[in-house]
Ligand binder design. Structure first.
Ligand SMILES: *[C@@H]1O[C@H](CO)[C@@H](O)[C@H](O)[C@H]1NC(C)=O
Ligand SMILES: *[C@@H]1O[C@H](CO)[C@@H](O)[C@H](O)[C@H]1NC(C)=O
Ligand SMILES: *[C@@H]1O[C@H](CO)[C@@H](O)[C@H](O)[C@H]1NC(C)=O
Length: 542
């Protein structure tokens, strides 16, 4: 065969150029999973069967998927349609990439949720006829399960409240519009009242907003509650504020409509300290400016970090590469990465109040040296503005959906149409270049874990890095309005790896010592080898 003498050289050049572009390309990749699931993913919750319960609101107008079994809702108080035969909730199966409609009849708009110790989603409140409803979704392996709604179960209306699971397995429901108090679920004679929480009225903005406060369960059993620019530690049992933290540096607002986001950074053995990260948001007058004059002010570029267990804590401020409001923050299974995704770079949350979608996610690495913690990721082309969401899946991908900045579904003649799609963002650790480092869990001694007790995991891996191995546990979070309720990550105390003759590796890990650190329920357990996580397995602790 006669080839031109230049061909080998050109091939070499081509591969060289490919290598360069690969090196220069931003990390992570996007895949469109579903162009249209019928509803807009305003709220998302992964359950331990790898299916995601997704819902928006019943008064958005006609969705793009019919209610099961030819049902219709008739609701004379409904503001969009008094008869609506479409569904406003679906179950998405992350394994088969398929979905089915669910039946939710009362309004779930801007509600909150928690997964109970038995793995059922307990979702609370909403709007109008749904504001005091508690809805339970008990997952099943076939397609027979659906929502069960119980009317007027909450003591007061909960619209834009934040929930958190507690060490005893119950849920606390905090705040909501014009609710400066909290209550508990399940309802027993002891939980039929509400408890005042003046901190919420003290921190509201001029429009009476500080909705969806950021709530994290600290290692001492108290709740860290962050509202706009202030934060406290709440002893919910005694109804007492036990600590008041300094206001976050820069007087701007971080809660709805100035929606920033927040995570409790990974908790590591010996679990002696806890640190909170708050990123993004908008200046106080951003909402008024967008609403009255159509001026979209640049969102905040800062993140604040606070060691909430320090004796004299102070906020340490860092600057993101881009401004962001309505971003979602996710703890990734590596235990070393916080993904900041979705949102906009100007305006605020609310109808038609944001511009300049944030197409580019940012990775934040809490353990990296200050000044080199942020890294821009591959961009999407889909705007994910108000009412978008993002959650971690067991295989390490991030499921992204939603965006509807309009009062009803609006698919045409608008700048940012209502979005019914689902995408997956796959962080760089899922790239095939990392295949050799990716562990695969083969067996686990038991998926029923006990507090403080050892369990063992057997795994295979191409290239084992004994010094860079960890075992991490993550519960599935309830995501809505840029905040993931109940999100936490526990790095477990792990033994040295023992490799047997057949090449199988075994690591012994100690389950978290208490329900304060890991409230009861289902968790995804990951083995991480030199920063590359395995696919998780579901385990239960109680
Ligand atoms: C969904 O949208 C498609 C395309 O516009 C339409 O043909 C279909 O009837 C819609 N389905 C429902 C249930 O609204
Ligand atoms: C915090 O917000 C309030 C408005 O609620 C504002 O008056 C105050 O100046 C802000 N605090 C700081 C430290 O900037
Ligand atoms: C969609 O938005 C356009 C432009 O604002 C408006 O004219 C139309 O009435 C909206 N449609 C619905 C269903 O709200």
């Amino acid at each position: 065969m006669n080839t031109h003498p230049l061909v080998p050289f050109l091939l070499l050049l081509a591969s060289f150029i490919t290598t360069i572009t690969r090196t220069l390309a931003a990390p992570g990749r996007w895949d469109l999973l579903q162009p249209n699931i019928g509803v807009s993913a305003m709220h998302m919750q992964l359950l331990h069967n790898d299916r995601v319960v997704i819902f928006d609101r019943t008064d958005f107008g006609q969705s793009n998927i019919s209610l099961p079994n030819g049902q219709c809702r008739n609701d004379p108080t409904e503001q969009a349609l008094t008869t609506d035969c479409t569904a406003h909730s679906v179950e998405y199966d992350a394994i088969s990439n398929s979905f089915r409609p669910l039946t939710v009849l009362t309004d779930t708009w801007c509600s909150s949720g928690t997964v109970a110790p038995d793995g059922s989603l307990i979702q609370t409140g909403g709007f109008n006829d749904g504001e005091r409803v508690v809805r339970v979704f008990k997952p099943c392996l076939d397609s027979t399960c659906d929502w069960v709604e119980s009317q007027t179960t909450l003591v007061v209306r909960r619209w834009y409240a934040t929930n958190h699971i507690l060490p005893d397995g119950s849920a606390i429901i905090i705040g909501g519009r014009r609710q400066f108090n909290y209550e508990f679920y399940p309802k027993t004679t002891a939980t039929l009242s509400i408890f005042p929480f003046h901190f919420l009225s003290d921190t509201k903005d001029p429009n009476e907003n500080n909705l969806y406060p950021f709530v994290h369960l600290s290692i001492d059993g108290n709740l860290f509650v962050f509202s706009n620019n202030r934060s406290v530690l709440l002893d919910y049992k005694k109804n007492r504020i036990v600590r008041t933290y300094p206001p976050i540096t820069s007087g701007d607002a971080r809660n709805y409509p100035s929606s920033g986001s927040s995570v409790l950074l990974p908790l590591k053995p010996p679990y002696a300290e806890a640190e909170v990260l708050v990123c993004g948001g908008a200046p106080f007058d951003s909402y008024a400016q967008a609403k009255s004059t159509g001026t979209f002010i640049s969102a905040l570029t800062t993140c604040g970090r606070l060691k909430i267990t320090d004796t004299s804590p102070s906020w340490s401020m860092e600057t993101m590469p881009t401004p962001r409001v309505m971003g979602d923050m996710l703890l990734l299974p590596t235990g070393k990465d916080v993904l900041i995704i979705n949102g906009a770079s100007s305006g605020t949350a609310g109808w038609e109040l944001a511009q300049d979608p944030s197409y580019t996610p940012v990775m934040y690495r809490p353990d990296a040296p200050a000044g080199s913690r942020f890294e821009l990721q591959t961009s999407t082309t889909t705007p994910r503005l108000y009412h978008s969401s993002a959650i971690l899946l067991r295989d390490g991908r991030v499921l992204v959906g939603g965006s509807n900045p309009h009062i009803y579904y609006n698919f045409s003649n608008v700048q940012y149409p209502t979005d019914l799609s689902l995408e997956a963002f796959s962080p760089e650790y899922l790239s095939t270049v990392n295949s050799n480092l990716r562990p695969k869990i083969v067996t686990v001694s038991s998926i029923e874990l006990s507090y403080g007790k050892q369990f063992s995991l057997q795994f295979s891996v191409g290239l084992l890095d004994v010094t860079g191995l960890s075992v991490n546990m993550v519960p599935p979070a309830f995501c809505t309005h840029s905040f993931s309720m109940n999100q936490r990550l526990l790095v477990l105390q792990a033994s040295k790896v023992i490799t047997s003759a057949d090449g199988t590796n075994e690591v012994a890990a100690v389950a978290p010592p208490s329900a304060v650190l890991a409230p009861p329920g289902y968790y995804m357990v990951f083995v991480v080898n030199r920063g590359i996580p395995s696919e998780g397995i579901w385990a239960h602790i109680q």
